[in-house]
Design a protein around this ligand. Structure first.
Ligand SMILES: [Zn+2]
Length: 272
């Protein structure tokens, strides 16, 4: 077993255990906060064999559950959702999204938003050179066009996948602009959705948000844990990350907010 997977399994057990302690707070929150929620799920890779990917069977089980229990909306519907709703997103642009996620999304007649790292698909940058997604290949331009035909939405995930707050503002601006131009020429449509690479609180700031607004983006997803309501800043949308070791029970609990204590651990970094 890969050490990453081993540690992830231990972390998962810790999170499940903490969920028990958090349960009373979850119940209390539910009484005082009954505003409609816009829940955004974030996936990366769907693959039957890669150790860090979610298996297609598990993905289908999750999609089946949400499609029969919640309205599934496009990300742009954040601006006019009326009840608890879910939107599905994928980061990076892995080839397996086409082979394994697309057929399942089609089967349930759903759409999702794919945040593409443009330098990855043009093969200028290999974001899967190492790390948990090591060895995974990018979507091709033909696959992206095919997915668009099937009703999928696309957004930018930068060109070179930098930590935007750690490079100079002009570099960040250039990278964001480049990815937007490349994706717009492939898809022949305006790209106005964005997702920050890594996406934690310290990976973007007000200057980056200003650049996104200048470039014509309408909303941006972070990976800050949680759901969204009408008052959430559309440039700091929160998402719920779905992991390979999630059972269907974990998945349901995450969506319902029983794992919302995870947002506190972002400050401690090690657990998420
Ligand atoms: Zn990414």
């Amino acid at each position: 077993m890969y050490p990453e997977v081993y540690f992830a399994k231990i972390k998962q057990e810790i999170k499940r255990a903490l969920g028990v302690f958090y349960y009373p707070s979850f119940k209390i929150n539910k009484i005082f906060d009954n505003k409609p929620k816009f829940i955004i799920l974030v996936y990366h890779s769907i693959h039957p064999r890669h150790p860090w990917s979610i298996s297609p069977n598990k993905f289908e089980e999750q999609i089946k559950f949400i499609s029969s229990n919640y309205p599934i909306l496009s990300l742009g519907d954040f601006f006019n959702f009326k009840e608890n709703s879910i939107s599905i997103t994928f980061d990076d642009g892995y080839e397996d999204n086409f082979y394994y996620a697309l057929p399942i999304l089609k089967k349930y007649n759903l759409n999702a938003t794919f945040f593409i790292c443009s330098g990855f698909i043009t093969k200028e940058i290999d974001i899967a050179k190492d790390g948990p997604y090591k060895g995974l290949r990018p979507l091709t331009i033909e696959m992206i066009k095919e997915m668009k035909k099937e009703g999928m939405n696309f957004g930018s995930h930068t060109h070179a996948h930098p930590i935007l707050s750690k490079v100079s503002l002009s570099q960040a601006k250039e990278d964001i602009h480049k990815s937007k131009i490349i994706l717009e020429s492939i898809l022949e449509e305006k790209i106005n959705l964005f997702a920050y690479p890594f996406g934690q609180l310290n990976t973007f700031n007000d200057n980056i948000i200003s650049v996104l607004k200048e470039e014509g983006f309408q909303l941006s997803c972070s990976t800050i844990w949680g759901n969204n309501n009408k008052h959430t800043n559309p440039f700091i949308l929160r998402r719920i990350r779905i992991d390979p070791m999630d059972t269907l029970r974990d998945f349901k609990d995450k969506i319902e907010g029983k794992w919302d204590f995870i947002k506190w651990f972002h400050y401690l970094k090690w657990i998420t």
